[in-house]
Design a protein around this ligand. Structure first.
Ligand code: KIV
Length: 292
């Protein structure tokens, strides 16, 4: 079924059931207008903590707060009707204990109305994911390259060595049995991504993890050419919106400077007859009513 002909919002369970079928289409969204555009084309919208880097100019996702994620989660929910909306749990909001994770996941679900949360981590987070899943919180897991671990591992693809491969296998096995409804596999070499996808009963959603995965996700601003601080190798740019915005802004600036904008068609004119009809200022309608 195409995204556009889907009758109602996709749930986490329906995403899980897409394992092995038509690839699952996912993108990040942080705002209402972008969510409105993406919604009918995507199965899943992720309110990623990448919002910190993409919209706020932060150098990593580490400074992103729970309040920021909730505000952007609400914005995306206002723009979305069909896609399964997942909100990222930011760094420090779930690692301390499973109780902390549950408390903050509940805040996200209750305050945004989203369908599920995402958190990073393999073996070490499996118990937390089981705790959340058993209490009604659908969890999208995230292994491979984990941006919240930038201070210990850096941003680099994984699965190149036997040790890295063994770690991904352990993480995938632990998460596969934890109750997560799907798993994001980031920056992982193709052979390992394929093996994990073949072995797991839940869908893998790849970002820089090859076409072997059950679905794909990209940061929207990357694939639209809006965020150009750096472009990872795994990003395909489908447009150059940044350049287009620059051209439009340059045209606006030049029009303003030579008084080409605003033109007659953008200018309100007083309708003299409306003033004449109403004798005094007090019984006249507001300017907004009589001007067009
Ligand atoms: O925060 C994010 O946007 C993500 C995706 C890159 C998967 O976690």
């Amino acid at each position: 079924m195409s995204a556009a002909s889907r009758p109602s919002r996709l749930t986490a369970n329906r995403i899980r059931a897409m394992k092995g079928g038509t690839p699952i289409v996912c993108l990040t969204a942080y705002t209402t207008p972008i969510a409105k555009i993406l919604d009918e084309h995507c199965d899943l919208l992720l309110v990623g903590d990448s919002v910190g880097m993409v919209l706020y100019g932060m150098e990593s996702t580490i400074p992103v707060t729970l309040d920021m994620m909730i505000a952007h989660g609400k914005a995306v929910m206002r723009g979305s009707k069909r896609a399964c909306v997942v909100v990222d749990m930011p760094y420090g909001s779930y690692q301390e204990s499973k109780e902390q994770a549950y408390r903050n996941a509940v805040r996200i679900l209750q305050e945004t109305g989203c369908d599920a949360v995402k958190l990073e981590g393999g073996e070490e987070m499996a118990e937390t994911i089981s705790f959340l899943s058993a209490r009604g919180v659908p969890v999208l897991a995230h292994i491979g390259l984990m941006p919240q671990q930038v201070h210990t591992t850096g941003y680099r693809s994984v699965g190149h060595t036997e040790a890295e491969t063994a770690k991904i296998r352990r993480d995938a096995t632990a998460i596969g049995g934890s109750g997560a409804f799907a798993i994001v596999l980031e920056g992982t070499v193709e052979s390992v991504a394929r093996e994990v996808t073949d072995v797991l009963q839940i869908p893998t959603i790849g970002i820089g993890a090859s076409a072997a995965c059950d679905g794909q996700i990209l940061v929207s601003d990357d694939m639209l050419g809006l965020f150009s601080e750096f472009t990872p190798r795994f990003v395909k740019r489908y447009d150059e919106l940044g350049r287009r915005v620059e051209r439009a802004v340059a045209a606006y600036a030049s029009d303003v400077r030579v008084r080409l904008f605003p033109g007659e068609e953008h200018t309100f004119k007083r309708r003299e007859h409306a003033r004449k009809t109403y004798g005094s200022a007090t019984d006249a309608p507001s300017l907004a009513t009589i001007e067009s």
